[in-house]
Design a protein around this ligand. Structure first.
Ligand SMILES: Nc1ncnc2c1ncn2[C@@H]1O[C@H](COP(=O)(O)OP(=O)(O)O)[C@@H](O)[C@H]1O
Ligand SMILES: [Mg+2]
Length: 496
């Protein structure tokens, strides 16, 4: 790609970008949320036309008007949000996107091909399943197979690991290595330094729409890449100050909760949480974390057991009542449940808080206060938007996350229930958020932190409970020597 530029409403998403991919290499495209990675790749995939610049394949200038044309040039792309039809089976989805689908008995011939590919790349794939029955990892594999079947020499993966569990990430990496061994090129988009260092041969760093640098991964390190990406030094290991914990804030007694499908997903869980404490819940997602968080914050009914805040029983009371008692919640699916997509940024910045005195003038909202508050969040969290008078649905996922986080933690809650708060955030925002959680802790808040990221757990938590299939395997102090076994306990293979 030569001198590619693209802007939206006067914002330069890509500015004068040169990018080369060589055959047989895995190229990392690294950059914070909003750096312009997806835009650049959408141009290569033919979804957008550049304002200026040129694309060449094997030295020949080409014009890619749409994704169908990019496929004929051997370019495939797996988007961050999958584009499969939920009610169709795997095989039907593949047949729909396949350029050579035969008219008669299409499923039979395609199934043969899929089986052949699955074997070659060591996939496991049940082609009869409907897409809605598949995990994120399986859906991603369907997208990858689709691209490979269409003859993709160059496969673009847009933040492929952001939707996967740690185990699925390992499987994806194995698939990528296999593809490379077979001569495919891959452009791997990520904002996670460890992954880039682990998987890529070379890395190109974007910052605010421009190339900030590039390097062979052999000759660079995380620190240097982070500096290129953020434009300053980033602290990876924040020191957690020793604090004596204060009085009890949250108390959970013998909690039992049922999930959507009617199964019990939280089984007799009990624990206390104190002032000046971060209590972590470590576990692979899907082991009852979401339901536990929802039960505490009033979104999901509690079958039996008791939740108390500052000695007050709040079991099965409304989310608003629980919020008014000092509990804030950063939900797991924040994009789906944390925002009103059609409303402006400033409306979303005070959702649930609009009744607070400081935001109201008699019966009306005090918009200048609301906007001031929104600007503060946008500023502190570096939400990338051209204006706070923008509908929130126009923001990228990472930026929506930042706004919701800013909203939920800005009020100094007594208890913050945070589900995977750094999921989908770039390093700069992650650093800010982690520091902020420690700041809240120092100011006397309690934090209940749900995370799959062990590094994060080790860095932030005073105590950690490991959850597996709805039960606590153990509750450990951070100085417990068994702390290092958390990984094993998360897999259910060890109980203390
Ligand atoms: N379709 C679009 N309309 C308006 N602005 C857009 C559009 N797509 C991307 N942008 C803006 O372009 C910039 C780069 O976005 P993007 O390429 O998605 O970044 P990344 O993938 O690195 O997170 C952001 O400021 C984003 O808001
Ligand atoms: Mg993107």
């Amino acid at each position: 790609m030569n001198a590619i530029s693209k802007s939206f409403h006067g914002i330069h998403a890509n500015q004068d970008i040169n990018l080369v991919v060589e055959s047989g290499e895995i190229l990392g495209l690294l950059g914070e949320n909003g750096a312009g990675k997806t835009t650049l790749m959408n141009i290569l995939y033919g979804l957008y036309q550049p304002d200026s610049g040129q694309i060449k394949i094997n030295g020949n200038p080409i014009r890619i008007n749409n994704p169908v044309e990019s496929i004929t040039h051997g370019i495939g792309m797996v988007h961050q949000h999958f584009m499969l039809i939920q009610n169709h089976s795997v095989i039907e989805n593949i047949a729909l996107g396949y350029k050579d689908t035969p008219f008669f008995f299409p499923k039979i011939s395609i199934r043969k091909k899929v089986e052949q590919f699955s074997k070659q790349f060591d996939f496991h794939m049940d082609t009869e399943k409907k897409v809605w029955q598949l995990s994120a990892g399986e859906q991603q594999r369907v997208e990858i197979i689709k691209a490979l079947l269409n003859g993709a020499d160059l496969l673009i993966l847009d933040e492929p690991t952001s939707v996967l569990t740690p185990l699925e990430i390992k499987e994806l990496i194995a698939i990528m290595r296999e593809m490379k061994a077979k001569g495919h090129m891959i452009i791997f988009i990520s904002h996670k330094l460890d992954e880039i260092m682990d998987i890529c041969d070379r890395v190109v760093v974007l910052q605010k729409g421009k190339i900030a640098g590039s390097a062979d991964t052999r000759n660079t390190d995380k620190k240097a890449l982070a500096r290129m990406m953020v434009g300053r030094d980033v602290v990876f290991n924040i020191n957690r100050e020793r604090l004596t914990r204060g009085e009890r804030v949250l108390s959970i007694e013998n909690l039992n909760v049922f999930g959507e499908k009617g199964f019990q997903v939280v089984k007799n869980i009990s624990f206390d949480l104190f002032k000046n404490e971060i209590f972590g819940i470590a576990g692979v997602s899907g082991n009852g974390q979401r339901e536990l968080a929802e039960a505490i914050t009033g979104i999901r009914p509690i079958a039996s057991g008791k939740v108390t805040i500052n000695g007050k029983d709040i079991t099965n009371t409304s989310p608003r009542h629980i919020y008014d008692n000092g509990v804030s919640h950063v939900p797991e699916e924040r994009i789906r449940f944390g925002i009103a997509p059609g409303l402006f940024l400033y409306d979303n910045a005070i959702l649930k808080q609009h009744h607070l005195k400081k935001f109201s003038k008699r019966y009306f909202l005090n918009y200048s206060q609301v906007k001031h508050h929104t600007n503060t969040i946008v500023d502190r969290f570096k939400v990338s938007t051209h204006s706070i008078n923008n509908q929130i649905r126009n923001l990228s996922g990472g930026n929506i996350q930042k706004l919701i986080l800013g909203r939920e933690i800005s009020e100094q809650p007594q208890l913050l229930v945070a589900s995977h708060p750094t999921y989908g955030l770039d390093v700069g925002a992650t650093e800010f958020l982690r520091k902020h959680l420690l700041h809240l802790r120092k100011q006397g808040s309690s934090v209940l932190l749900f995370s799959e990221d062990l590094e994060e757990i080790f860095e932030l938590c005073d105590r950690v409970a490991v959850i597996f299939q709805g039960e606590f395997m153990a509750i450990l102090d951070s100085d417990d020597e068994r702390f290092s076994d958390i990984g094993l306990m998360m897999a259910g293979s060890k109980r203390i």
